[in-house]
Design a protein. Sequence first.
Length: 154
Amino acid sequence: MTGRYDASVRGDDPFPDSSFFHFGDQSGDALYAPLTSAAVDLTTRRLNWRPDGSYQLGNGSVERAWDFGRGMKPESITELRQILALDPKLKLLVAHGLFDLATPYFGSKIQLDQLPAFAAPDRVKLVVYPGGHMFYARDASRQAFRSEVHALMK
């Protein structure tokens, strides 16, 4: 089995004869503890913000309560087309991890390739880095992404 958030992470399926999965995502579950610790450290120690309640990474009840508006999936291409038409100076960088199966880069590529001519490659750029959903967890990908953002802002 490969991980949903990073297909380069592999693991064994404890129930290979089942038609339904009975286990977590080996590319995401291992990150829950360190990411939760980092978020709590950032808010409480560095930002000195202590909200009521506890922090839960990937809170399922919040996810289920999300209101997507007109459909089950968020859609932003309509708004993107409008803002690109209104602001000729706007530049957009869309970044993906090559091994991300949760939000595959090719879906963005198909959508971006259908934008009108005013959304030329010097204004709208798709970049794909080695890694999964959080490609920036890899040093080389994070550094390349930072360089790309820096170049975009010049």
